[in-house]
Every structure is written in C-alpha cells, then in structure tokens.
Write a protein that binds this ligand. Structure first.
Ligand code: PEP
Ligand code: MG
Length: 349
C-alpha cells in the first residue's frame, strides 16, 4: 500500500545517505533498466549484450555472421546487425539517462546461437541458401568439448575483432544520437574473461581507434586476472569482479552443474555456504582483495565494482564495502537489499 511504500522510500533515503558504495543494476533491456531505476539503481554495472543477439528479428543475421567462412562475409553480416545494436543501446542508455552504463561486449561461445534440431537446421539452411550438409559441417566446426573454458569472452573478440568493433561502433553512434536528443549518457565498454594483460591491451589498442574517449575496463573473473591485476590495470579504467565465473574457475566447480554435490557438502559441513551465493572470503575473496590492492597500486584512479550475483547478497556486499569498492551491481529486484546492506556495512565497520 501507498503508506508502506512511502515509509519504505524514507528508509531507503536514509540508507542512501549512509552508504559509501553506489548500487547499480544488471540489466540488458530498457524495460529492466526502468524497473531498476524505480528500485533506486544508480546506473548499470552489467549490460550483457548476448541476449540482444537472440531476438527473433535478427537471429538469422547473427547466425549468418557466425557461420561465415571468412571475415569479409562476417563483416557484411555485421553491417546488417549494426543498426539493431545501435537501437538497443539508444534504448538502454536513454532509460538510464544521467548514469553510467557498463556495456559488456559479447561473451558466450558462438555455437550457443546456433540451432540443434534437424528441423531448425533445415529452416536455417533454407534461409541462408546453404545445403543442409554444408550447414551441418559449419556447425560441427564450432563444436567445443569444454565451451565454458573455450572460445568465448575476449578470446572471441581477438579471433573475430570485427564483432567487438561493430559493438563499439554501435555504442558510439547510440551515444551520439542520445546527445543530439539532449540526453546525458555515460556508456562504458567492458571486456569479458581477460586473464592475460596483453589480451586487454590488444583489444584496447584496436577498439580505442573507434571510440577513443569512452571509459574502457575489464571483468576480473579468472584467477590469473586477479594475480596479474597490476599489469591489467595499466590498460583499464575500471575492474568489475565477475564473481560467478571467478567462483567457478577458482574452485573448479561448474556454476551450472554443482548444485547436487554442494547440497551434500552443506549437509556434511564440508562447506558452510554455497560459494555461488555468498563470496567465499578465504579463497575467492582473497583473489578479489589482491586484485584491488594490485590494481590500485598501479592505477590509483581505477574504479572498482562487482557484477556477479554476489553483488546483491548482504554478507558479500559488506565484504565489498570493507574493500572500498566503488559500487555493487545486482539484479533489479535485489537493489533495495543491496542498498540496505551497503548502509549497514558502513554502520557496522
Ligand atoms: C560473472 O561471471 O560473474 C558475470 C557477471 O558474468 P556472467 O554471469 O554473464 O558470466
Ligand atoms: Mg562471467
């Protein structure tokens, strides 16, 4: 009821006054961004761009791009995708007008976008003018035994740079359109899965030719990135801790398949908490702390945030506050909890 929401909003204002960290949202659509704003989000900490590639009106072009045999063919398909991406970013930047929006370039392995059933393959072969056998061969060529450790994230951006170039061009054009409409927008470019400093340097050198003035940063989501965070920080304006993947890669537990044995681990007191829900301060947390220290030492202006699921979990938010992170980012519906936890962490400290 209205009275309750009135009291609640006063309470949230108090929390906002006390907390140090900003609370951003993980949001991929203008609708989610608006929803997040209504809960008090102060920007987007993670806009995953892969969901945009799945939309029905563009999926055939995405698939054409993925199945191209060379970069020339790929570029032709990407030219067709650019206006779609530009519209996506105009929508999301407008919905978050006045706040920073961290846009993560494409992350998943490309075969995730491809059809698997015979029926869908036949439809796609007809759409693209391939024989069914030719299509199947191209799909087979993309198969990976271990896709989560495979050809994804920045590895994809380096082997197929024209994909990231298209995305950065779309961000830049969207930002110009918003500015012409009188909107103040603040996009930031984020690279996923970096573990080697030269990965980030290589991409930055290339992408900054297109957008020299946009903030450029990286996710820290594999242990090596945390261990060499000083070297990585030379090429980054910000770090965002991807604790979903960082937990997966630090423990060597699959984030998609570990639930059954984690239940037993909890019963048997091998682990007291699910590390995918609460930051494991002894292991993953040490890597985060190390990355903050190394990163800040090398680059004192480095902005630090977290965008894994832990960014909306109170004990993890407290941990982030104590490390002096600039922001946490979480699902829109967890924003009030994160805001309260950020204030409570300040009071407790
Ligand atoms: C992460 O790995 O923590 C993250 C935020 O990215 P994603 O969940 O999309 O892999
Ligand atoms: Mg990740």
């Amino acid at each position: 009821n209205a009275e309750l929401s009135g009291d609640f909003s006063i309470f949230m204002d108090w929390a906002k006054e006390i907390r140090h960290m900003k609370v951003r949202a993980n949001a991929d659509t203008p609708r989610d961004a608006q929803y997040a704003r209504s809960f008090g989000a102060e920007g987007i900490g993670l806009c995953r761009t892969e969901h945009m590639f799945f939309e029905e009106n563009r999926l055939p072009v995405v698939r054409q791009m993925i199945l191209s045999k060379n970069s020339l063919e790929r570029k032709a398909a990407l030219d067709k995708l650019l206006p779609f991406q530009r519209d996506d970013f105009v929508g999301i930047l407008s919905a978050m007008e006045g706040y920073e929006v961290t846009i993560r370039l494409l992350d998943p392995p490309l075969h995730e976008f491809l059809p698997h059933t015979d029926k869908d393959m036949m439809t796609l072969a007809a759409q693209l003018g391939f024989s069914l056998e030719d299509l199947k061969q191209r799909v087979r060529a993309l198969h990976e035994a271990n896709p989560m450790l495979g050809h994804r994230g920045c590895r994809l951006g380096i082997s197929h740079p024209e994909i990231y170039e298209m995305q950065v061009r779309a961000i830049l054009e969207a930002s110009e359109i918003c500015k012409e409409q009188g909107k103040k927008v603040f996009p930031e470019i984020m690279i996923p899965l970096v573990g080697i400093e030269t990965e980030l340097k290589w991409l930055r050198d290339r992408l900054q030719k297109i957008a020299p003035n946009l903030p450029f940063g990286t996710m820290i989501e594999v242990p090596r990135a945390a261990l060499v965070a000083d070297k990585i920080a030379r090429h980054a304006d910000f770090f965002s801790f991807g604790t979903n993947d960082l937990t997966q890669t630090t423990y060597g537990f699959s984030r998609d398949d570990s639930a059954p044995f984690l239940r037993v681990y909890k019963q048997e007191h091998i682990l007291e908490e699910d590390p995918f829900a609460v930051i494991d301060q002894d292991g993953v947390g040490r890597l985060i702390k190390l990355a903050c220290e190394l990163g800040r030492k090398e680059n004192p202006g480095l902005k630090l945030g977290i965008c894994g699921e832990h960014g909306g979990e109170p004990a993890s938010v407290q941990f982030c506050n104590n490390l002096g992170l600039n922001y946490v980012s979480c699902s829109p519906f967890r924003i009030p909890i994160a805001m309260l936890a950020a204030a409570q962490a300040v009071v407790k400290k």
